[in-house]
Each structure stands twice: as structure tokens, then as C-alpha cells.
Design a protein around this ligand. Structure first.
Ligand SMILES: [Zn+2]
Length: 249
């Protein structure tokens, strides 16, 4: 898969980075990434992945754009209200870079459809806002040796995880075996808009590092961002010997 002159010019500022180069840009072009949830996290994540040159991206979301989304879902504007997020996101991204293949899935991930949606993608990005879906995606990725890069946001804080299930690793269920008593998400708890942008961008950062095979990523760790204290902490997730996914050391 060669790069033409137009591509070279478009991506020149990243190609000149020693850790990317022409060979890295080709890896980026070849990558297949799925983004689940085109909300506060999915909008910046999709924008950065598309503008970096990933040419095969799938997007999953069943929601329509509402006025209350516009404080943080930066791909959308008032003319998009009432329209499906995946459709509008595709139109906007095509304006940035029309060479990208974007496959839209206007649905909610379920036990029935997860295989047919996820199977063609190597890297799965989870930006959904509920634990049931998060656990379903985790379990599928674990079983099928995918790479899962997840983010979650609430109030002034954000969490970021990466699990490379091609290797020995804990999973999300090791960290949180069951749905908590009370669901925590933006709708209930509120969200500080830049936290969505920061975590979505951090997710893009880890996706690109994974594609480029750069070391020092956050695999098997949780990254916790506190926007009020301006602190980022990274801590290792322990493998839970009782995990129902049979995670083992
Ligand atoms: Zn586990």
C-alpha cells in the first residue's frame, strides 16, 4: 500500500516524526478501527483518527443529535438536531478527508449483533455510557483476541484503559466484575466539556501508538485524569483470579 504525493503532503507533519516515517504512515493507512459511541468521546476520537489517515473506520451509535449534546459533541451543530449521529459524523469527516471509508452502524451493540459488527476490526474503541455494554464489549474482545481501548468520563474526571487481548492481560471485568448499583454517566452526573475532549484525544493517542507499535503504552493499566487538580495517575490493574473471563497470570 503506497502513499501518493497528495497523501505525503497531507500527512507530512507526522511523517517527519522519526517514530512514524513513511512506514508508520502506511501502518496508519492500513489500520481498521471501530468506534462504539459517537458522543463526547467519539467526536474528538473520530476526528483525530480520520485526520491522521486511518482509512478504514467503523462507527456505531443508535442515537439522534439533541440540543443537550452540543456542549461537548464537537462534530455537530444546530443544523444537525434530530438527525442520526453516525450519518452526520460521516458527512463531516468526509469533508475533512474524503478518502476514508467510514462504515456506519445505526444500532446499539447487543449480544445478537456484536460479532457481525466487531469481527472485521482489529482495534475496538469503547466510548459507551453504560456498564452492561462495556462488559459485553470487553468479553467479546477478550474471547476474540482484539485490542480494546476504552474511555469513560463523569463530572470533572476521566478514565482510560487499554487491554491487548493478543497477550496476557487483565480485562475490564477483573477491575469491575459486575454492574455497579448505580449507573454513573454524563446524563446523570454531568460532565465538564473539556474532559470529553481530553479523554477522546487520549484515546486517539493510544490507538495511534498501538498501530505504530510504540512502547510505553498503558496496556493493562488504568489512567485516571482529574481536571480540577490537573493530575494524571496511572495504575496497574490486577488480574482477578476469580474473573469469569478466566484471566490468568
Ligand atoms: Zn478478567
Amino acid at each position: 500500500m503506497a502513499l501518493n504525493l497528495k497523501e505525503f503532503t497531507r500527512f507530512e507533519k507526522q511523517i517527519i516524526l522519526k517514530k512514524i516515517g513513511i512506514s508508520g504512515q502506511k501502518k496508519i493507512k492500513r489500520a481498521k478501527v471501530l468506534i462504539i459511541g459517537i458522543g463526547g468521546l467519539g467526536c474528538p476520537l473520530l476526528s483525530y483518527l480520520a485526520s491522521s489517515g486511518i482509512s478504514n473506520i467503523g462507527i456505531v451509535d443508535h442515537d439522534k443529535i439533541e440540543l443537550g449534546n452540543l456542549n461537548r459533541q464537537i462534530l455537530f451543530d444546530t443544523s444537525d438536531l434530530g438527525k442520526y449521529k453516525v450519518n452526520r459524523a460521516k458527512v463531516k469527516i468526509k469533508k475533512i478527508y474524503n478518502q476514508i471509508k467510514i462504515k456506519t452502524f445505526k444500532t446499539k451493540i447487543s449480544k445478537k449483533n456484536i460479532k457481525s459488527i466487531l469481527k472485521k476490526y482489529e482495534i475496538i474503541c469503547d466510548g459507551t455510557d453504560n456498564f452492561n455494554t462495556r462488559l459485553l464489549i470487553n468479553d467479546y474482545c477478550k474471547k476474540n483476541n482484539k485490542i480494546l481501548i476504552s474511555a469513560a468520563i463523569s463530572k470533572f474526571d476521566g478514565h482510560l484503559f487499554k487491554f491487548n487481548f493478543k497477550k496476557k492481560t487483565p480485562c475490564f471485568r477483573c477491575f469491575m466484575p459486575q454492574q455497579p448499583f448505580q449507573e454513573i454517566n454524563c446524563d446523570v452526573e454531568g460532565i465538564f466539556p473539556p474532559v470529553a475532549g481530553i479523554l477522546g484525544s487520549l484515546q486517539a493517542n493510544e490507538v495511534l501508538k498501538t498501530i505504530l507499535d510504540l512502547k510505553d503504552d498503558i496496556s493493562g493499566n488504568i489512567l485516571i485524569f482529574d481536571s480540577l487538580k490537573m493530575i494524571i495517575r496511572k495504575s496497574k490493574i490486577q488480574i482477578n483470579p476469580n474473573c469469569s473471563n478466566l484471566c490468568k497470570n
